[in-house]
Ligand binder design. Structure first.
Ligand code: BTN
Length: 329
């Protein structure tokens, strides 16, 4: 009901609408209308009361709730069901629990703040309130479980395209799925899957975009490797526009990908936005350290590295460091 009242206020585009009219149109009492208006105000909506003419919406909060995102969305199914949480430990953890039951394809869990944001390799992910896009996409793609890791490539390309088109920032992809600018990380992606034999039960893709984070938000240690769209572009970003753009870009690429579980159709595009191809890279795994020139990304989404002895190695997963002026970063 609260959202319907919001719609009524929005539909009057800046003109007051009487409580009586809202109650008549929506079939609720005027007291109920008043209660919902109070609730909306407590959520940050600025609503004026005019004695004779009624309520007027004069400002909306910068939050990623479904009613706030909806006007920006140009998707068919991605984000058409949004679970918005003011604060949660981790949207991935929340989505995982939800995904054990039935869920609508393209459901998105978004939080304004994460108190226990999870990064790859068990790391913590700084998720300051109101300053980033902390969201998890819930999917059940009809592809082989062995093709599911390629979804990280899909997500990375989608986020990069969205940042480039919304924020005029030349974001690049650090294989496999970190988005970087100015040599620092703008966005991280954590993909998790549950499958049985040859059937995927669910895939959840956690996307953390440092939209309007300041250096102080990261803390000293993290700020040496992390940055935000705002820091790099010098301008604050509309989280609503950027989140909606990510969902749009993702839907486009995901549709192509789920035809056959192949990344072939957009691999060249992904490669053209790569921060690692043509660079000297280093990979440290539990077993070994590999150093070489990153020369290609295979159709499986693996990184192809030419080693010093001229041989080639295909790397399936891991974290690469790129050799820069000050060593590997
Ligand atoms: C990485 O380490 O690069 C991956 C970071 C992923 C962070 C996002 S924020 C939304 C979602 N919820 C989480 O707890 N993690 C992911």
């Amino acid at each position: 009901m609260k959202n319907r009242i919001l719609e009524e206020l929005r539909a009057n585009s800046g003109q007051p609408v009487s409580g009586e009219e809202i109650s008549r149109r929506l079939g609720v009492s005027r007291t109920a209308v008043w209660k919902h208006i109070s609730k909306l105000r407590s959520e940050g909506y600025s609503i004026e009361s005019h004695t004779n003419s009624g309520y007027k919406l004069v400002g909306s909060p910068d939050i990623l709730s479904s009613s706030e995102l909806e006007p920006y969305l140009h998707t068919e199914f991605m984000g058409r069901n949004i679970i918005y949480l003011d604060s949660i430990d981790s949207t991935n953890t929340y989505a995982k629990k939800k995904a054990e039951g039935l869920f609508r394809e393209g459901t998105v869990v978004i939080a304004d703040e994460q108190t226990g944001g999870r990064g790859r390799l068990g790391r913590h992910w700084v998720s300051t309130k109101g300053k980033g896009i902390w969201m998890t996409l819930m999917l059940k793609p009809d592809i082989l479980p062995s093709d599911a890791p390629k979804l990280s490539i899909v997500a990375a390309l989608a986020v990069t395209n969205a940042i480039r088109s919304c924020c005029r920032l030349d974001a690049e992809i650090k294989w496999p799925n970190d988005i970087v600018a100015g040599g620092k990380k703008l966005c991280g992606i954590l993909t998790e899957m549950s499958a049985e034999e040859d059937e995927i039960k669910y895939v959840i893709i956690g996307i953390g975009i440092n939209a309007n984070m300041d250096n102080d938000d990261f803390g000293q240690e993290v700020s040496s490797i992390a940055t935000s769209v705002r820091i790099e572009s010098g301008m604050p970003v509309s989280r609503k526009a950027l989140a909606a753009s990510v969902l749009f870009e993702f839907e486009q690429i995901y549709r192509v990908f789920t035809r056959d579980g192949s990344i072939k159709a957009f691999l060249e595009d992904y490669k053209s936005k790569s921060a690692v191809l043509g660079k000297e890279v280093r990979l440290i795994s539990k077993k070994e350290e590999i150093k070489g020139l990153a020369v290609d990304i295979s159709k499986e989404g693996h990184l192809v590295v030419r080693l010093a002895d001229g041989s080639y190695r295909e790397i399936m997963s891991g974290e690469v460091s790129i050799r820069g002026m000050h060593g590997y970063i």
